[in-house]
Design a protein around this ligand. Sequence first.
Ligand code: ACO
Length: 328
Amino acid sequence: MINFIIRGFGRYAPEKVLTNTDLEKIVDTSDEWITTRTGIKERHVVADDQAASDMAFESAKMALADAGMDASELTHIVCGTFTPDSMIPSCACIVQEKLGISGQACVDVQAACSGFLYALQTARGYLMLEPDAKILVVTSEVISRRVNWEDRTTCVLFGDASGAVILTSGTEEESPRVLDSMLAADGKLGNLLTVHGGGSAYTYKLGEPVGEEFFVQMAGRDVFKHAVRSMSSICNDLLERNGLTTTDVDVLLPHQANYRIIDAVGRKLEIPEEKVFCNIHKYGNTSAASVPLALSEAVESGFIKDGDLVLLTTFGGGFTWGATLVQF
Ligand code: ACO
């Protein structure tokens, strides 16, 4: 039996902040609309010379320092992103190069906003096969380059950021320990949230301008409905599988997509608001980066304390969703 121990947490958000008031100058929107419908007040956006790997590099360095580890000790890099620097090489390979190391197995995992829980589960799989592995699980998203800045229904929702953890095996006495995880998807609902452009189903010719399909397109209301239903039901399934109930949960940390979704999931699970971590007002929806970014902040601020049972849950395009239990 392998114990999956998180050795370090890291996060990074770019310096540039875009407030709701700034957005009022770009599209026909208002701070009041964005705040009441989403809870978002501001989001971070990359500088012109930054890509996903640059942010991943920063959060990876923080996680390694937190773990007291040198990059050369890593055996695997698993990167969750739907906005990698390029199709080839993968973001994981570029992060490896930036860390000044080589030889590690490097792979990107694409599960949209569920990217972190999928990447973490991939890392647990590697650890089952290679218990001595030391794995960087890093997520990074540059969504500001994949939203249509003329579409007010999507561009106000997202932000750029990165989050990372270091996962190794350990003893039952060590913590934080990943206890269990469940993942799910339903490809029939894929068309409700898409970024088609750049994919092989679309034919492009050199010099052609890009169209709307290159950017996030979303049926917001449908996403909302499925997000609440899927996250709450997989959380209940995971708790039940572990002989637990929502009253055992000390902290619920959901994907930060929209405050109303976070609130609705908490209510459905009957977990009181004061146990639900939320930082969406500062970052917006940072997709795969949102959970490790929130985790890192929740640990540093003392919102998550030693001994806490923490329930993570995500939902994203695909549709994909998941839940993970971590014992601190
Ligand atoms: N500013 C002002 N008005 C707006 C804006 C805006 N930014 N965006 C939409 N509106 C208008 C609409 O045009 C509409 O106007 P109309 O009534 O005149 O037609 C009105 O506001 C209401 O629009 P709705 O879409 O019905 O608003 P709703 O309350 O559903 O909120 C929202 C929209 C915030 C997008 C919500 O549906 C939502 O949060 N959905 C989930 C989105 C999400 O989290 N996606 C990420 C999922 S995870 C991933 O993998 C990326």
